[in-house]
Design a protein around this ligand. Structure first.
Ligand SMILES: Cc1cc2nc3c(=O)[nH]c(=O)nc-3n(C[C@H](O)[C@H](O)[C@H](O)COP(=O)(O)OP(=O)(O)OC[C@H]3O[C@@H](n4cnc5c(N)ncnc54)[C@H](O)[C@@H]3O)c2cc1C
Length: 287
C-alpha cells in the first residue's frame, strides 16, 4: 500500500445483542490491518438511527476512526442537525453523505424533504463548515434511477461542487466501468479520490439479490460458475476470493486510491483478500 491509499471497512448496525458481540470481534480482527476508517450504514428514514449511533459510539470508544453514514431522504433538517451535533461531540470528523432509499412505495419523502444527496452535502457544509470530511456515493455502472449516464455523472459532479471530499463507489465486477467512470468525471472537472467499493463473494443468492436491486452487472462467467456451485460454500468462497482479489489488483494497479470493503459484518474474506494483495495499514498521522 502507498501512503496515499485509503482502505476502509463498512459495517451495518447489528439488530441483536449477539450480532453486536460478533461485530466487536469482527472489527477487532480487521482493526489489526490498520484501515483508515470503519464506516457504519444508516437506514434511510432513520430506521437504524439508534443502532447506527450505538455502533458508532462503540467503535469510537474502542479507539477507531469512524465514518457514520447519514441519509437525508425522509429526514428533517432538525434530525440531521442533531446527528451532526452528536457526531461532533463524539469527535467524528468523517461522514458518508447519502440520499438513501425509502422502502418501496414510500416515495422520496414529503414536500420539503431533501431529494438529492447534493442537498445534504450542501447542508452539512453550511451548518458545520469544514468540521467533516464528506464522502459521497458514486456509481460506475450508474444509479438505477438515473435518466442517463450523462445526467448521473452530472449529479455526481454536483455533490463534489457542493463540498464532497472523496467518494466510495457502489460495488461492481467490471474494472473497465470504474476506470471509464473516473476518466469521464475527471473530464467534468472532478478531482476528488474515488475509492472502489468491493463486495467479497461469499453467498451467491444474496449477491444476486444485491446486484439485481442495484442494477449491477454480474458477468455471465461469474454468475454461471457461482450458480453451478450450488450449496458448496467452500467452492463459492474459493472462487470468490480469486475473482475479487484479481479485481482489486487490477484496480490498484490502474491507480485506484484505495479500497472500501462491504464486509457484511464478516472478517474472513476481507482479511484473506487483504493478505493476498499484501496490503499494509494506514501510516500513523496520514489523512
Ligand atoms: C458507498 C455507499 C454507501 C451507502 N450507504 C447507504 C446507507 O448507509 N444507507 C442507505 O440507505 N443507503 C446507502 N447507500 C445506497 C444509496 O442510498 C442509494 O444508492 C440511493 O438510491 C442513492 O443515494 P445517493 O446518495 O447516491 O443519491 P444521489 O446522489 O442523490 O443520487 C440518486 C439519484 O438521483 C439522481 N440525481 C441526483 N441529483 C440530481 C439532480 N439534482 N437532478 C436530477 N437527478 C439527480 C442521480 O442521478 C441518481 O439517479 C449507499 C450507497 C453507496 C454507494
Amino acid at each position: 500500500m502507498t501512503a496515499q491509499q485509503t482502505h476502509s471497512f463498512e459495517f451495518f448496525p447489528p439488530r441483536t445483542p449477539e450480532g453486536s458481540q460478533k461485530l466487536q470481534s469482527v472489527w477487532g480482527e480487521l482493526a489489526v490491518l490498520r484501515p483508515k476508517f470503519f464506516s457504519v450504514t444508516f437506514g434511510a428514514g432513520g430506521s437504524t438511527r439508534e443502532g447506527t449511533l450505538a455502533t458508532v459510539k462503540a467503535l469510537c470508544a474502542d479507539g477507531h476512526e469512524v465514518a457514520p453514514h447519514l441519509s437525508c431522504v425522509g429526514a428533517s433538517r432538525e434530525s440531521v442537525r442533531e446527528l451532526l451535533a452528536a457526531y461532533r461531540d463524539m469527535g467524528i470528523t468523517r461522514l458518508v453523505a447519502l440520499r438513501g432509499d425509502l422502502p418501496s412505495g414510500a416515495g422520496l419523502g414529503g414536500a420539503g424533504s431533501w431529494r438529492h444527496a447534493s442537498d445534504l452535502v450542501a447542508f452539512i457544509r453550511s451548518e458545520t463548515g469544514r468540521a467533516f470530511h464528506i464522502e459521497v456515493a458514486a456509481y460506475p455502472e450508474f444509479h438505477p434511477q438515473s435518466r442517463s449516464p450523462k445526467e448521473d455523472m452530472a449529479a455526481f459532479a454536483r455533490k463534489v461542487k457542493e463540498g464532497a471530499d472523496s467518494a466510495i463507489t457502489q460495488f461492481f465486477f467490471n474494472p473497465d466501468a470504474y476506470f471509464r467512470f473516473v476518466a469521464d468525471v475527471r473530464a467534468l472537472g472532478v478531482s476528488i479520490p474515488i475509492v472502489p467499493g468491493i463486495m467479497p463473494i461469499t453467498n451467491y443468492m444474496q449477491l444476486r439479490g444485491f446486484a439485481e436491486k442495484s442494477a449491477i452487472e454480474m458477468p455471465r462467467w461469474i454468475d454461471e460458475r457461482l450458480r453451478a456451485f450450488g450449496d458448496d460454500t467452500a467452492s463459492i468462497r474459493a472462487f470468490g476470493l480469486d475473482v475479487v482479489t484479481a479485481l482489486c489488483e487490477r484496480l490498484l494497479d490502474g491507480g485506484a486510491p484505495g479500497l472500501h470493503f462491504y464486509t457484511m459484518n464478516q472478517a474472513a474474506s476481507c482479511k484473506e483478500i487483504w493478505r493476498r494483495l499484501r496490503l499494509s495499514g494506514t501510516p500513523a498521522g496520514s489523512d
